[in-house]
Design a protein around this ligand. Structure first.
Ligand SMILES: [Zn+2]
Length: 342
């Protein structure tokens, strides 16, 4: 059952691995568990608002929950398949585990239904309560084995803890064993408040946050300790492609690392990223760092940050880098990132 629902698409077209969805009737976890969790309030048949901690967080519309609306947009832009993932603010890694686990379970059940509503057109990254690695592994296994998801989405930090903390290693190892992709996406609420004052949350906060989390995984050797895990970074890894040589130089001069295999530049070849840079030069650098076979199309559909139309940057890829690189990013690499289980 799971295998058939993972990523079986016979339809030609692009595969967009970075899109978001949410249940317009999401259960109010705050009513049952301590902690601060997002809620959704319907404002009409086609619109709703996400609320968090007494404030309106984002206006959303039916593209967030209607498979038919999504397929209509996909058909208009040549997208064969979307991978849907939770809206990052709902990941709730900083809250108590009981509420985060309940919210993850509810979201995953919704995403499974959404995928079922558009057979062959949607796949899903689920949600896990990463603050409890044991429960995160259990929900991860449910996502892959019972719900047929292609992986899970996680944030860039877990409260005060880093993804490179050894307590999260079993989670990454379990993902590798289950054949699950781990999609790492920054959460705007966890960023330094300085960035909001500078009006740089989107432009600088999210890319540096992703780069710090990913570089932390690289220098800690997590990708050697969990060799089978496939980690895909949102937004092309943010600032990571630009800073990688400096990170590696720092390993050499500060920590005395001399083995090439341990260098962040080498470890980064094991990472995957999406293509969401809005710019061919930034995308070229991502291709250089991760490899031309490790970058997949991502758009951030259906939010204002989304690339419009889907794969807009691919026109420059085609003219500058050629058809095979274009086709690999648009579709082929995603088929390798999400191989059918044996
Ligand atoms: Zn996103």
């Amino acid at each position: 059952m799971g295998a058939a629902r993972r990523l079986a698409t016979s339809q030609a077209g692009m595969i967009d691995v970075h899109t978001h969805a949410i249940d317009p009737d999401l259960a109010d976890v705050s009513a049952r568990f301590p902690g601060v969790y997002p809620t959704v309030q319907r404002t009409s048949e086609d619109t709703a608002q996400i609320w968090l901690d007494g404030r309106m967080y984002r206006e959303i519309d039916s593209r967030c929950w209607s498979a038919a609306d999504r397929v209509r947009d996909m058909d208009a832009e040549g997208v064969a398949m979307q991978v849907v993932s939770p809206i990052p603010v709902t990941l709730s890694h900083s809250e108590p585990a009981d509420g985060a686990a309940a919210l993850a379970e509810a979201q995953n059940n919704f995403l499974a239904k959404l995928v079922e509503d558009a057979p062959g057109r949607l796949a899903a990254f689920g949600c896990v309560p990463l603050q409890s690695p044991r429960r995160a592994i259990a929900e991860l296994a449910r996502c892959i084995e019972d719900l047929g998801f292609v992986g899970v989405e996680i944030g860039t930090r877990v409260g005060d803890r880093e993804l490179s903390d050894p307590e999260f290693l079993p989670f990454f190892q379990a993902a590798g064993e289950l054949g699950a992709t781990v999609f790492i996406h920054p959460v705007d609420r966890t960023l330094d408040t300085r960035l909001a004052k500078l009006r740089l949350t989107f432009g600088m906060g999210m890319p540096t946050e992703t780069a710090i989390a990913a570089a932390g995984l690289l220098v800690a050797g997590v990708l050697s300790a969990a060799p089978n895990v496939r980690i895909c970074l949102a937004h092309a890894g943010g600032a990571l492609p630009s800073v990688l040589p400096r990170v590696a130089f720092g390993q050499r001069i500060v920590e005395g690392v001399t083995v090439d295999e341990y260098m962040a530049t080498r470890q980064a070849r094991k990472l995957w990223s999406d293509s969401l840079t809005y710019d061919i030069n930034s995308l070229r650098l991502a291709l250089t760092r991760y490899g031309e076979d490790h970058v997949v199309l991502g758009t951030d559909y259906p939010f204002t940050a989304m690339e419009t139309p889907a794969g807009a940057v691919l026109a420059d890829v085609l003219s500058q880098l050629g058809r095979s690189t274009h086709d690999a990013i648009a579709r082929g690499n995603a088929l390798s990132l999400f191989p059918d289980p044996a």
